[in-house]
Design a protein around this ligand. Structure first.
Ligand SMILES: O=C(O)CCC(=O)C(=O)O
Ligand SMILES: [Fe+2]
Length: 369
């Protein structure tokens, strides 16, 4: 399929900052610090950015999209066998849309709905990182590519840590409480967390669905939940996000770039200094109507035991509270809430599920690297 013209917009046509990670390995401390500042500023100002020179090979991203396409390419009745379970792993059918509109702080949507299907993948480190994540049925298309999926999952996790090193530097987290490695410790492979890799497919609309003026909503407006999300888009767009002025803007796919956005937990952990930003997927153009959109998301979450409360940072202390007053949605979770409890509550609201995590945590082992 040839890429439509919107697949490679010039950087000045992008709605959010385009940041190259190449200076991450610069011997020059000033260049590294400029990068840390750029990442932190983008996540503070608007909570979205485009990332290039991120270190994940384009070849691997291309392979993931090939596997993603295959993973949806069998009859719906068969996919039913792999339905998302209480661990949130597995297949979520088109017919079964999550209830984003039910979440406080996000907007319901007045436009017509035409949803999507997704896979929450097991990964070696899939949701919860429990050692029984593979002890359920998975289709051959997942099992046959398990090594590649694990490898990609690990690349995503590594990239998240690189990004969050910039954030830790930007927030001036003191050496005594972890310094630039602060978030590394919260995103360890060998601990339980909500991190998950997801394949998404937005099937074409039926031909008799005419172009609606407001578009067709594929995912309702929502905030992501964890620390950061890495979003891989291909050639078919549809993603929209709220900018600083509260206006919905189109977030076009850009070849080679990963879209990064911030989740609620990191927003609360910085007392509102870093912004979680609402986003949604809406089909508005003829291409978005008539062509399947595939996307891949890696949702990063902190260790289950992480308290969701403001971290020790002079930047957060100086500015967080006033930012929170400017409208952090939901006001933040009650004191003493852990990352696991926060995510369980969200999953219950979105999917109506109760997870088995609290019970399992003490008994099931974690994967080791
Ligand atoms: O497919 C997309 O572009 C967005 C997906 C998304 O926002 C989500 O699953 O949370
Ligand atoms: Fe999202």
């Amino acid at each position: 399929m040839s890429a439509p013209s919107n697949a490679n917009p010039p950087p000045d046509a992008l709605p959010f900052p385009l940041i190259s990670l190449s200076d991450l390995s610069s011997p020059d401390a000033e260049s590294r610090s400029r990068l840390a500042h750029a990442v932190t500023s983008a996540l503070h100002d608007v909570g979205f950015l485009y990332l290039v020179d991120h270190g994940i090979e384009q070849r691997k991203i291309g392979r993931m999209f090939e596997i993603a396409k295959k993973s949806f390419d069998f009859p719906d009745a068969e996919k039913e066998r792999f339905r998302q379970d209480h661990n949130q792993l597995g297949f979520k059918p088109f017919a079964d849309q999550p209830n984003h509109a039910a979440l406080a702080g996000t907007e319901g949507d007045a436009t017509k709905m035409y949803g999507k299907e997704h896979w929450n993948l097991p990964g070696k480190w899939g949701v919860g990182n429990f050692d029984d994540n593979m002890e359920r049925e998975w289709p051959p298309v997942i099992l046959d590519h398990q090594d590649e999926l694990d490898d990609f999952d690990r690349d995503c996790n590594t990239l998240v840590k690189k990004l969050l090193r910039c954030v830790a530097e930007g927030l001036q987290i003191p050496e005594s409480t972890g310094g630039v490695g602060y978030f590394d410790e919260l995103h360890r492979y060998d601990r339980h967390s909500g991190c998950v890799l997801r394949f998404l497919h937005y099937p074409p609309l039926p031909p008799d669905y005419g172009l609606a003026e407001t578009g067709y909503t594929r995912i309702n407006a929502h905030f992501d939940i964890g620390t950061v999300t890495l979003l891989f888009q291909q050639d078919v767009g549809g993603l929209h996000a709220k900018d600083q002025s509260g206006k919905w803007v189109y977030v076009p796919p850009m070849e080679g770039a990963i879209v990064v956005n911030l989740g609620e937990e990191l927003m609360y952990m910085t007392d509102g200094y870093l912004k979680a930003t609402q986003h949604k997927v809406v089909a508005t153009t003829p291409t978005e109507h008539s062509t399947s959109r595939f996307s891949i998301a890696y949702f990063a979450y902190p260790d289950f035991e992480t308290p969701i409360r403001p971290i020790a940072s002079p930047v957060v202390e100086a500015h967080g509270r006033e930012e929170r007053a400017r409208g952090v949605p939901n006001g933040g979770p009650p004191d003493g809430t852990s990352a696991m409890q926060y995510l369980e509550k969200k999953y219950k609201g979105i999917y109506g599920f109760t997870t088995g995590w609290s019970d399992k945590r003490g008994t099931a082992g974690v994967k080791t690297a």
